[in-house]
Design a protein around this ligand. Structure first.
Ligand code: ADP
Length: 261
C-alpha cells in the first residue's frame, strides 16, 4: 500500500510537471505566433516589422532554452561510483565554495574523525554539495554561515532512525546547513519536485534539489530536509558506507605511479 501511495505521488508530480511545462511552452508559442501575425500585417512598416521579428525570436529562444533544460534533465548522467573519502572531497572544495558563496557568507566545515569511505560518483557528489551551497547562499541574502559537516552513522534495527525511514546499516552523513530564511512546511514538502522553485524567472530552474535527490537515491542513500522559517535549513545526505577496506586502499594508490623508474 505504501508503494502504491508513493507511485501515486510520483504520478501526481509528473502531472504537475508536464502541466506546468506545457503552460510555459504555450505562453512562449503565443508570443511567437502573435508577433508573426503582427509582422505579416505590417510588412509596410520596417520598424514595427523588425520589432515583431525580434520579439518572436526572443520567444523562440526561450522555448529552445526550456526544451534544452528538459532534455538535459531527462538525460540523467550515468554514475561512475568510486570509493571515496568524503572528508577529503569536502576539504578539496573549500576554494570553490568560497568563490561561489560571495563575501557575506562565512563557510565552515566540521569533519568527523576516522570517517568511513563511501561508494559514490565523486563528481556528482561534489556537484550535489555545490548545488546545496548555492541554495544556501541564495537563502542568506544578508549573509550568514554555511556549514558542511560529516558524521559516521549507525542505523540499528528498530531505532528512531530506522523508524524515520533510514535503512539499517552503516552510513556516512553529510550535512549542508545554512542560517538563512528557511522554508515553510509547504515549500519543504515540494522542494525536491523537478521545476519547483520560489525564485524569480531566470534565477531558479527548480532542478537543483531534484538532481541532488536523484543522485542520492541512485547511490543507495537518503536525502532529508530540515528547515525552520527564519532560522535556516539543513540538508542531510546519507550515503551507504563502503564495505571492504582493501579496495579503498587499492583505488587510491595507483600502481602506475609505483612503476615509474
Ligand atoms: P532552485 O534553487 O532553482 O529554485 P531547487 O530545486 O534547488 O531549485 O530548490 C527548490 C526550492 O526549494 C527553492 O526555490 C527554494 O524555495 C527552496 N530551497 C532550496 N534550498 C533552500 C535553502 N537552503 N533555504 C531555503 N529555501 C531553499
Amino acid at each position: 500500500a505504501e508503494a502504491q501511495v508513493r507511485q501515486m505521488q510520483k504520478m501526481e508530480a509528473v502531472g504537475q510537471l508536464t502541466g506546468g511545462i506545457a503552460h510555459d511552452f504555450n505562453n512562449m508559442l503565443a508570443v511567437i505566433i502573435g508577433n508573426l501575425d503582427v509582422a505579416e500585417r505590417r510588412l509596410d512598416d520596417p520598424s514595427r516589422l523588425s520589432r515583431a521579428i525580434s520579439n518572436a525570436r526572443q520567444g523562440a529562444d526561450k522555448a529552445a532554452e526550456l526544451t534544452r533544460r528538459l532534455l538535459a534533465f531527462g538525460r540523467r548522467q550515468p554514475l561512475s561510483p568510486r570509493v571515496i573519502d568524503a572528508n577529503a572531497l569536502i576539504a578539496g572544495m573549500s576554494e570553490l565554495l568560497e568563490r561561489s558563496l560571495g563575501a557575506t557568507v562565512r563557510h565552515e566545515t566540521d569533519l568527523a574523525d576516522g570517517l568511513w569511505r563511501v561508494h559514490a560518483d565523486p563528481a556528482q557528489l561534489e556537484n550535489a554539495i555545490l548545488n546545496l551551497a548555492i541554495n544556501a547562499r541564495d537563502a542568506m541574502p544578508d549573509g550568514g554561515t554555511l556549514r558542511v559537516a560529516t558524521a559516521n552513522i549507525s542505523v540499528a534495527e528498530g531505532s528512531d532512525r530506522h523508524r524515520d525511514g533510514l535503512r539499517p546499516g552503516e552510513l556516512v552523513l553529510i550535512t549542508v546547513s545554512d542560517t538563512g530564511v528557511g522554508m515553510s512546511p509547504e515549500v519543504t514538502a515540494r522542494a525536491i519536485e523537478p521545476f519547483f522553485t520560489t525564485k524569480e524567472v531566470g534565477r531558479g530552474t527548480g532542478l537543483g534539489l531534484s538532481q541532488v535527490y536523484g543522485f542520492v537515491k541512485q547511490s543507495g542513500g537518503h536525502l532529508r530536509i530540515r528547515s525552520t522559517p527564519g532560522r535556516g535549513t539543513s540538508i542531510d545526505i546519507y550515503l551507504p558506507r563502503h564495505e571492504g577496506e582493501a579496495e579503498a586502499v587499492r583505488s587510491e594508490h595507483r600502481p602506475a605511479d609505483d612503476d615509474l623508474p
